[in-house]
Design a protein around this ligand. Structure first.
Ligand code: AMP
Length: 406
């Protein structure tokens, strides 16, 4: 079965066509600078073919058109007609409390999604635009929404309630939601496969360390706590995001620097994190290089980042009373052996022992980097959110068929 996975942003559209019966990627692409006259459409196939086209894509509908043209092109395409696409999976950033699992998209679901716009004012409207554009261009193909927040809906109130007056939760839905759920879920399943044990038996700490980064405590297949909160700003120090800071700092900085609310938001989301500390870059490759050349602030940024990851890992082992495996995933987690070393060093008290000979950078492969006698396994697992979305689409459609029959 061919599943098309769509990730629609405010000025971009990423897509992957996946043959789910073989769990194989056939082609993928990205439309960028949507709304400009010189938009860019990058397209590649599993066989290595790659093409970049500059064209005017005024909106998501035109981008979907360009994607379909490419996928069905007699020479460059991978399918002969749109009818070969059996379902579409949409990545949706925020499902609020309304969605604790992936959903077949109908008018009712779309309406509830619109009600969640307040919770993710930048991302959700773009996701909705993507859904509407697909509906217009491919009206007969079923669509499933897969939410970044859904995996964390298993958290208990003691984990998701903030210590501010309870009315804020009731009135405005202010609580911890958590993000990166699709990635945490995918690596959880892969970790279980690598360990040869069912998820229902495992305690895991999943570290999704990319430009955006979050940690998740997964007990017996369920997220019980995570480092991101009401928004993806809290928790770890990230590429450009501050992560958790003393909340009193916000009014203090606004006062001292004469910043507006909007400027402060930008400051914490786009100018902080390892970029803010180092003054050099948000990209860990640049930081590693600068630190290697003796740049003290680049080294400090890496240290702050890893220190915070380590604290969350220890905290989550504490609340679960132990752990079977620590998972490292996303750009930094998958590729950066130094961060993995800094996080796992001096954790033998918790049974965590990293083998330096196995902890190598840039392999792009699943690896167990713990010593043979380490009671806790340390797993490096390349994430694949698109594959997880495609698997969810298949699951929802199968379950839907079964309920229709029953
Ligand atoms: P992501 O958001 O998952 O794409 O991750 C982006 C982050 O991963 C950036 O900070 C990159 O510098 C980092 N990253 C990607 N590849 C490598 C690598 N080979 N070595 C170190 N960091 C990397």
């Amino acid at each position: 079965m061919m599943v098309l996975v769509i990730n629609a942003g405010s000025s971009s559209l990423k897509y992957q066509l996946i043959d789910i019966s073989q769990q194989k990627l056939l082609a993928k692409g990205m439309c960028e600078r949507i709304g400009f006259e010189d938009s860019i459409h990058t397209y590649s196939k599993a066989d290595g073919f790659r093409e970049e086209t500059v064209l005017a894509l005024h909106n998501q509908v035109e981008s979907i058109d360009a994607m379909l043209k490419m996928l069905t092109d007699p020479e460059k395409g991978v399918i002969s007609s749109m009818n070969e696409i059996k379902a579409i999976g949409h990545r949706i950033v925020h499902g609020g409390e309304a969605f604790n699992q992936s959903m077949l998209i109908d008018n009712e679901v779309l309406e509830v999604l619109r009600q969640c716009i307040d919770l993710a004012p930048i991302h959700n409207p773009a996701n909705i635009m993507g859904i509407e554009a697909c509906r217009q261009e491919m009206p007969d193909i079923p669509m499933v929404g897969v939410f970044d927040t859904a995996f964390h809906q298993t958290m208990e109130p003691k984990a998701f309630i903030y210590a501010i007056p309870y009315e804020m939760y009731k009135k405005h839905g202010i609580r911890k939601y958590g993000f990166h759920g699709t990635s945490h879920k995918y690596v959880m399943k892969r970790a279980a496969a690598m360990l040869g044990r069912p998820v229902e038996e495992l305690k895991l700490v999943s570290c999704h360390l990319g430009n955006g980064a979050s940690i998740c405590a997964i007990e017996y297949g369920k997220s019980i706590d995570t480092s991101m909160g009401f928004t993806p700003l809290s928790g770890l120090a990230m590429g450009t995001r501050s992560g958790t800071i003393d909340p009193a700092l916000i009014s203090f900085i606004m006062d001292k620097e004469g910043m507006t609310i909007e400027e402060t938001n930008t400051y914490l989301n786009r100018k902080s994190g390892v970029l803010g500390i180092s003054g050099i870059s948000s990209d860990f490759r640049d930081l590693l290089k600068a630190s290697g050349n003796g740049n003290v602030r680049a080294k400090l940024a890496i240290d702050v980042f890893a220190y915070r990851v380590k604290k969350y890992v220890a905290e989550y082992i504490g609340i679960m009373n132990g752990v079977d495996a620590i998972i490292f995933t996303a750009g930094i987690g998958e590729n950066n052996s130094l961060v993995r070393k800094l996080v796992t060093d001096n954790m033998d008290y918790a049974g965590i022992k990293c083998d330096p000979a196995k902890n190598i950078s840039d392999t792009g492969k699943e690896m167990d980097i713990s010593t043979d006698d380490s009671p806790v396994k340390i797993l490096v697992i390349p994430t694949n959110e698109e594959m997880e979305i495609a698997l969810e689409v298949e699951r929802v459609l199968t379950e839907n068929k079964t309920t229709q029959r029953a």
